[in-house]
Design a binder for this molecule. Structure first.
Ligand code: PEP
Length: 256
């Protein structure tokens, strides 16, 4: 039986924004958002702006279909971890999603597969859906290691969260495609998504309902092409999520 599920388009604002810029962006989204959108929509904002999103979502009906996400979460529950933000804090602000294991965190903050798996665990325990990022570097792709790398990264999360693994979202983000303007071709992306789907199938009989997003220079021009692949269930969008019109065009391209 084929399960038809709504695609998910999630914006990753990264470390961009200000009170004024966020308000303009969110007002632009609220004004242009189809009612109801044919896909699920989320924005993953920097932690200091979670409250601003909440306040604006209360004031702008057009944002009612947009879920809130964060970009990281602590692997710890609470306590002496200066600078960290816990899953329960994100829950207090109504976060539905949190990105874990983004390649920028793996690269600049030395996050290991085990830490990423713990972060996913914290999110799930708080009732937040982790968007688990996996992806290979250019050197790994050229060495023919793409499948081995993404499978190793996902395996750590499956191992730590096996009983509720169908509750996660996976994002395949080839590192060489993030913020570079280079996108995986739909065939290249689909091939990796199929590998990830097979790995999920081996772990849960609910694998068909796990959304596997593609991320890496997805934009208004290439979204429909990528989102047309059978195992691409949405997108994690960086740069193009900072422009309301571009993000809305991607949302319009995403339907089951
Ligand atoms: C990302 O940061 O998750 C991302 C996909 O960025 P971009 O769309 O800018 O490549």
């Amino acid at each position: 039986m084929t399960i038809t599920m709504k695609k998910l388009i999630a914006g990753n604002w990264k470390m961009n924004g200000s009170l004024a810029a966020n308000e303009a962006l969110l007002k632009g989204l609220a004004t242009g958002m189809p009612a109801p959108p044919r896909c699920a929509v989320a924005v993953c904002v920097p932690a200091p702006y979670l409250g601003q999103f909440r306040a604006l979502a209360n004031a702008l009906p057009g944002l009612s279909a947009v879920d809130l996400g964060a970009q990281d979460v602590s692997s710890q529950v609470a306590g002496a971890f200066t600078g960290e933000v816990s899953a329960s804090m994100l829950k207090d602000f109504g976060c539905r999603y949190v990105i874990v294991g983004h390649s920028e965190r793996r690269q600049y903050h030395a996050e290991t597969d085990a830490v990423v798996a713990q972060k996913a665990q914290q999110a799930l325990a708080a009732g937040i859906t982790p968007i688990v990022c996996v992806g290979e570097t250019l050197a790994q792709r050229e060495a023919g290691q793409t499948q081995a790398v993404v499978k190793r990264q996902l395996a750590a999360v499956i191992h730590a969260n096996g009983h509720c693994i169908s509750e996660i979202v996976v994002a395949y983000e080839p590192v060489w495609a993030i913020g570079t303007g280079k996108t995986a071709t739909p065939d290249e992306a689909q091939a990796v998504h199929a590998v990830l789907r097979a790995q999920l199938k081996a772990a849960t009989d609910q694998a068909a309902r796990v959304k596997i997003l593609y991320g890496g220079s997805m934009n208004a021009a290439n979204a429909a092409w990528l989102l047309g692949q059978p195992d691409i269930d949405g997108g994690l969008i960086g740069g193009a999520s900072l422009k309301a019109q571009d993000f809305l065009t991607i949302i319009a391209a995403a339907f089951a």
